[in-house]
Design a protein around this ligand. Structure first.
Ligand SMILES: [Zn+2]
Length: 249
């Protein structure tokens, strides 16, 4: 009989079943995205309770899978992102980030997991602007998954000369001439240059000090969200919920 395996991973989704059980989705560096049946973890007495919470990063001992589903033997929490739980907006953004990683299942899982963990650490820091953090995460995880929008040159004729329109269906920016052929209006270059900068810059905490004006950040966010809706997941409830909370603030 195959031996249990030990993996480090982040709980990116959870669904309750039975009286005390959960089905967890873990993002791991070794095996990518996996499903884990976690029996009894909703019981107050379970020692695996804390590590089986959404957004917990932990070390999991798993019994070999039946079909595609592993079963949990034991779990130890390494980082619970406890401070996120004090702020419902930041928590909602963290849950959305995990959900997006689950939809993308980045090709290089190690790097995808690293980006997600880094952004969750940053998210706990109240000084960090959540809108800036969100677009950095979105574009970096898209890039890591091989899905990033093309924003440095026109997707149709390859000119690097703006102004540009953004077309989610075409997968990036269109120059004035190509945009007008599709009935779109070119809107400037700042949002596209800002997105290009994020996509190309190395992923370091310095990126979070980027200065950007509000209208550019808003436009780049709208472009990125329309791209995700078109190519990754048409409708993400976790994104709707985050936006609803932001509006209520
Ligand atoms: Zn063009």
């Amino acid at each position: 009989m195959a031996e249990p395996v030990k993996v480090k991973g982040l709980v990116i989704r959870q669904v309750n079943f039975g009286d005390y059980d959960k089905m967890l989705t873990l993002l791991t560096a070794e095996f990518g995205k996996i499903s884990v049946s976690a029996k009894g973890v909703r019981s107050m007495k379970s020692k695996n309770r804390a590590a089986s919470e959404l957004l917990c990063f932990g070390e999991f001992v798993l019994n070999p899978p039946k079909g595609d589903v592993y079963s949990l033997s034991s779990a130890e929490c390494i980082e619970s992102f406890y401070h996120l739980r004090d702020d419902c907006v930041r928590l909602a953004l963290g849950i959305y980030m995990a959900d997006l990683a689950g939809h993308l299942a980045p090709e290089d899982m190690g790097m995808g997991l690293k980006i997600l963990l880094n952004c969750l650490y940053m998210l706990q820091d109240e000084e960090k602007d959540i809108n800036l953090l969100k677009i950095i995460y979105d574009l970096k995880i898209l890039k890591e998954s091989g899905f990033e929008p093309r924003v440095s040159s026109c997707v149709s004729c390859e000119t690097e000369e703006g102004p540009f329109a953004f077309s989610p269906v075409q997968g990036g920016v269109l120059c004035r001439r190509c945009a007008s052929l599709l009935g779109l209006k070119a809107e400037g270059t700042r949002a596209a240059s800002f997105m290009d900068y994020i996509i190309k810059a190395p992923f370091v905490s310095g990126l979070f000090k980027t200065e950007v004006d509000e209208p550019t950040l808003k436009k780049a966010t709208a472009y990125t969200e329309s791209f995700i809706a078109c190519h990754v997941a048409e409708h993400m409830k976790t994104l709707d919920y985050f936006k609803k909370l932001v509006k209520m603030q």
